[in-house]
Design a binder for this molecule. Structure first.
Ligand code: PLP
Ligand code: COI
Length: 340
């Protein structure tokens, strides 16, 4: 039985669900972990997460398929990326198999919150890890908590799959050799001011350029870019300071193997952007959100598909990717994990 929720009108917000998974790290090892009801965390005021932001997180989704199964998409990739984030932040790796098992357990326990097929909504899972013991000198914690909670969500951007308008930011997201390539909370703390300003000005997101030269496209606050050239080649920006999006890596494979497109993962100059035929944002939350217009200090770059619909290549990729995610199209081996 599903919960009594207006699934089709959900935004991307937090709704408390019934269960979450918690595991604690102490004396050099993780405990067995458990599904619990308590959504509250009580910690010392001096916990490392509060003082020095020792925290990383992940995001992935579970869906209901047409034949009523509950599935999730590539959780092993999130587990691996979290291990990479943890290493960079001097946190212990949460084992990949335990991570995937915890994802299954959280979804199973909250199955009444998995939106029904056809509603456009999904169950968003948020795994995260924090340094929990008190530290006052600048050093890593040695006790940690790993947790996965979930919340039913609708589209990340208002208007669903309608093209959005974004602006080129005057702020930088990540420094060369910094933490842009991991999913650390601190990367999002720095984006709160720029995204607030962008929203006040009527833009849905910021396009960040590379901090070193401000000539190359990096990503937005919460998604990677995809571009399509006039002759139908998919181009995705390559940089050591952007998050290696699982959606973007999946899209590159889908475009090549399912849509027959040429795919280039390379540095993208901002000066090239005006010549692309299509532009979109991709990520777990964003799925694929078409970008209709980019505002750059008084100049507008308008993509040919306009502000009403996705361009044809983006649409083909979107339909194929979401078809695979919902088991309507057979995806590559191991992409879809059946939960029940
Ligand atoms: N880039 C940033 C900064 C993000 O926060 C996200 C979201 O996770 C992405 C890209 C997309 O990554 P993924 O496709 O793995 O969700
Ligand atoms: C995700 O897509 O999972 C993210 O973490 C992006 C976040 C900005 C909501």
């Amino acid at each position: 039985m599903s919960k009594n929720i207006d699934w089709s009108n959900l935004g991307f917000g937090y709704i408390k669900t019934d269960y979450r998974y918690v595991s604690k790290y102490k004396d050099g090892k993780w405990d067995d972990g458990a599904i619990v009801e308590d959504d509250q965390i009580t910690l010392s005021e001096c916990a490392c997460v509060f003082q020095y932001c020792q925290a990383c997180f992940e995001g992935l989704k579970a869906y209901t398929t047409a034949d009523g199964k509950i599935v999730c998409f590539r959780p092993d990739m999130n587990a691996q990326r979290m291990a990479d984030s943890a290493k960079r932040l001097v946190m212990p790796e949460f084992p990949i198999d335990k991570f995937v098992d915890a994802v299954h357990r959280v979804v199973e326990a909250n199955k009444e919150f998995v939106p029904p097929y056809g509603t456009g909504a999904s169950l968003y899972l948020r795994p995260f890890m924090i340094g929990t013991n008190p530290v006052i000198g600048v050093k890593p914690a040695d006790e940690f908590e790993f947790r996965i909670f979930c919340t039913p969500v609708g589209p990340y951007f208002k208007g669903g799959a309608k093209p959005i308008t974004i602006k080129v930011s005057d702020f930088d997201r990540a420094a060369p050799n910094g933490t842009g390539n991991i999913k650390a909370g601190l990367n999002y703390a720095m984006s709160l001011y720029p995204i607030t300003v962008a929203h006040e000005e009527g833009f849905a997101e910021n396009m960040y350029l590379d901090a070193g030269t401000r000539t190359k496209v990096e990503e937005t606050g919460g998604a990677n870019f995809i571009f399509v050239t006039k002759d139908g080649t998919l181009v995705t920006p390559k940089s050591d300071s952007i998050l290696p999006s699982i959606t973007r890596r999946s899209i590159c494979e889908v475009a090549e193997k399912y849509c027959g497109m040429k795919v280039e993962h390379r540095e993208v100059l901002f000066s090239e952007v005006k010549d692309f035929a299509e532009c979109g944002l991709c990520g777990t939350a964003a799925v694929i959100s078409p970008v209709g217009k980019i505002y750059d200090h008084g100049t507008e770059i308008c993509f040919p598909a306009g502000m009403e619909e996705m361009g044809p290549y983006t649409k083909k990729i979107y339909d194929t990717l979401t078809g695979i995610q919902k088991c309507e199209i057979e995806g590559p081996e191991g992409w879809v994990h059946v939960i029940e």
